[in-house]
Design a protein around this ligand. Structure first.
Ligand code: BES
Ligand code: ZN
Ligand code: ZN
Length: 496
């Protein structure tokens, strides 16, 4: 969607009017609106036919040809940027053929942050995954939107909209990757997409560690999970502004392009959804795109651990003991707890091969996290309380909730009491499954420094099993992959 910002009252296409609850006349917002449409709008407002409830919409077709879509903002006293973002998304969600391909938005507010959030919501929601539809049955031609504002705000708003569009591109890329069917989205296909993407920017590089190299390097977690598939595993390393020195963020993503469970095979119902099990790697790739597109000029590294978890005669077995890149061994008690195995190598590499200021990993890691938090919030664990709060705050700022969860010594103990190996990939019982998974990952975050100065690299783990898809209350997405946390990470990393 093309969004332009301009001063003046010209209305092109359908007029979109964000309206607070209790508004009975549009007053000052009405400049430039054809008379009959204006009268119609005021009539539905004064008669209470459109109440302005948050995210409700109503379309009016004026007798003189003008069209309007009213979009509810709820109570003015409760309005935040989140209200505006959701309302913008709701306007795009309600778009039908009758609205045509042009929107003009007139706001009653002059608050540029609110207006920019509305535009952001529109752009985020303007997404369909129709790659595999042979017939283009979309009635909606590409939408272009004009935002009317004060002359003095054109520049500020123009810049904010441009940035939001660049970031939305990263979110949409994450969704494209997550929605792609697993016959076409396998580890090396992801790697090839990353390599093709890197060609667009002079300040990014992509390195692919293929299967043979991964074996040679001792990436035992990645290899164990991926070896049972004909589509072999790989690790993809994205670097933005690699010429910069000094500590920098490292993002790590779980990239299971399909999770059958392996030999510990999953039940059939909803198994198709396990194509989203590479959501963590899509978050990393999408974030790299968003950062590159906004022109972020500091160094950031992304590491994605790509594998397909299949049952086969080459697959790992429950009972196997594997040696990971860290040198630590894992007793594999359940091959369906595979995300933590590939991440063990990704986290170790992040903390040892790079000057990590901090590491954040993203993973559709556990069903237990969905049990705990539903589809409303990502589970968030960290070995540093302040860092965890920074991520929690960044998520709140952009409307992507990440809920603090505990990293307790008891859970670590549970995951390290294997009789024959350093760690086990399964808890002793089913309780606290999201927490035991996080405690397991912590074993693979390296320490930096010598002796008494040794300190584990600052690290956070985000379990996006519930938020990467199926998030029905997420207004910015229709269905499928949500692309969650690209915006949280841009906020965390850039501070804006
Ligand atoms: N990919 C799944 C986690 C998952 C479940 C994501 C549901 C999204 C929705 C993961 O690999 C898995 O299977 N985890 C197991 C772990 C268990 C065997 C310890 C789980 O959650 O049941
Ligand atoms: Zn699994
Ligand atoms: Zn999985």
């Amino acid at each position: 969607m093309q969004v332009t910002v301009s001063s003046g009252n010209n209305i092109y296409g359908t007029l979109v009017l964000p309206i607070f609850e209790g508004t009975d006349t549009i007053g000052a917002t009405n400049e430039g609106i054809p008379n009959s449409l204006n009268a119609q709008i005021n009539r539905v407002l004064s008669e209470g036919d459109f109440k302005g409830k948050a995210n409700s919409t109503m379309t009016l077709l004026g007798t003189d040809g003008g069209k309007a879509m009213l979009v509810g903002l709820g109570k003015e006293a409760d309005a935040t940027v989140h209200t505006y973002r959701d309302a913008g998304a709701s306007a795009v969600a309600a778009r039908k053929k009758v609205h045509g391909s042009e929107f003009t938005v007139n706001f009653s507010t002059k608050d540029t942050a609110a207006i920019a959030a509305f535009a952001e919501g529109m752009m985020l929601r303007d997404y369909d995954y129709d790659e595999y539809k042979s017939k283009d049955d979309d009635d909606d031609a590409d939408l272009s939107t004009r935002i009317n504002c004060n002359e003095s705000d054109v520049e500020t708003l123009g810049a904010a909209v441009e940035r939001a569009a660049a970031i939305a591109g990263g979110v949409h890329l994450s969704r494209d990757l997550g929605n792609c069917p697993p016959n076409d989205m396998y580890p090396m296909a992801f790697a090839e997409k990353a390599e093709a993407w890197a060609k667009q920017y002079s300040n990014v590089t992509v390195e692919v560690i293929e299967y043979e190299a991964a074996k040679r390097l001792g990436m035992g977690g990645l290899v164990a999970v991926g070896m049972g598939s004909a589509r072999k595993p790989c690790m993809v390393i994205f670097t933005l502004n690699g010429d910069q020195s000094g500590p920098h963020p490292v993002l790590v993503g779980k990239g299971i392009t399909f999770d059958t469970g392996g030999i510990s095979i999953k039940p059939s119902p909803s198994m198709d959804e396990m194509k989203y099990d590479m959501g963590g790697s899509a978050t990393v790739f999408g974030t790299m795109e968003a950062l590159a597109a906004i022109g972020y000029d500091k160094k950031v590294v992304g590491i994605t651990c790509m594998a397909e978890n299949m049952p086969s005669s080459n697959a790992q077995r429950p009972g196997d003991v594997i040696t990971t890149l860290s040198g630590k061994t894992i007793e594999v008690l359940n091959t369906d707890a595979e995300g933590r195995l590939v991440l063990s190598d990704g986290l170790w590499k992040a903390g040892t091969d790079f000057d990590a200021e901090y590491i954040v990993d993203f993973a559709t890691l556990t069903g237990a996290c969905v049990v705990a938090l539903g589809h409303e919030a990502t589970g968030l664990w960290s070995n540093d309380d302040d860092f965890r709060t920074r991520i929690h705050d960044a998520g709140n700022d952009v409307g992507e909730l990440a809920w603090p969860m505990p990293l307790l010594p008891a859970f670590e103990k549970e995951m390290t009491d294997s009789k024959i190996a350093d760690t086990r990939n399964l808890g002793a019982g089913r309780w606290g499954g999201a927490n035991t998974a996080a405690a397991f990952l912590k074993q693979f975050v390296p320490e930096k420094g010598e002796g008494d100065d040794a300190k584990q690299v600052t690290w956070a783990h985000m379990d996006i099993a519930g938020t990467y898809w199926g998030a029905k209350t997420n207004k910015t997405v229709g269905h499928g992959a949500t692309g969650v946390h690209v915006r949280t990470m841009v906020r965390l990393i850039t501070g804006e």
